[in-house]
Design a protein around this ligand. Sequence first.
Ligand SMILES: C[S@@+](CC[C@H](N)C(=O)[O-])C[C@H]1O[C@@H](n2cnc3c(N)ncnc32)[C@H](O)[C@@H]1O
Length: 297
Amino acid sequence: MALSPSSRFADSGSSSRGAARILSGLLEARTGQILSENRAWRMETALKPVLRSHGLADIDALAARLIARKEAALEEDVVNALLNNESSFFRDLQIFDMIHRQILPQIHAQRDDRTLRIWSAGCSTGQEAYSIAIQLCNDMARWRGWRIEILATDISTAAIDQAKSGIFTQMDVQRGLAVGDLIKWFEPAGDDWCASPVLRQMIDFRTDNLFDHRAPMGEYDLLLCRNVLLYFTLERRQAVFRMLAQHSHARSVLLLGAGETVIGHSEDFVPHPDFRGGYGRRTGTPAQAEAAFRRAV
Ligand SMILES: C[S@@+](CC[C@H](N)C(=O)[O-])C[C@H]1O[C@@H](n2cnc3c(N)ncnc32)[C@H](O)[C@@H]1O
């Protein structure tokens, strides 16, 4: 991986300005993520565990070592540390309410082959996928006899390892998880909590880069790519939407984060006619899509 400095740090007054540019350049080259001002400012703090574990004094020493020799494991640690893995159970409750009350029932009514396929793209430590698995398990009678596939992917190897383990801290479970669901679907694990085997077996967690994924994954009924696109350039967002379109069918539903939209970024998706805040594949002409958009806002 060639390390190229990011221009975002050209005007910084910090003495470690060059190192910050190199490290943010590495993050951008590997993931497409551009460090926000806020996260750039906290770079040194975010990298402290990496500096400690590799015996490095500061980010200048880290940048120098990355330039001096190719070290895949060190690069990986830096990227993992700089990614924003913020997530929580049932994040944006009204979206999960819509999934439960409207989207899943519609898919249930439409899929004659009794197959439900869901993809959580940029799943971080797994709370989004676990939240949907909990909804499905709480509604087991409806889904009996169905083949359910939940794929959850993220570029961060550290996040995927944690997601697979199913282990969450007390703080994690207090953020969004109802006490009833905690008791029903998690087991105490020392000071932490572990998702039950039933939940863990429902989700296929995999490391995957949205810009470079090779596995033939087919089409999904529900795609979630929430709070992932915020730090991508316009071109990269467009590329992600093209890729997501390849994995969706005429009735698929795409859900984004609260501050994200397809408007102006995608030819393939339009506001969903049935689900406010959701998106569906564009079927008509751009003029028809525009009219649908006007009706939806
Ligand atoms: C802020 S978290 C959002 C997690 C979850 N979707 C949610 O809304 O709670 C964004 C995630 O996107 C992942 N990500 C960033 N760039 C990515 C890329 N190029 N491919 C796959 N995942 C990526 C990050 O590792 C991070 O875990």
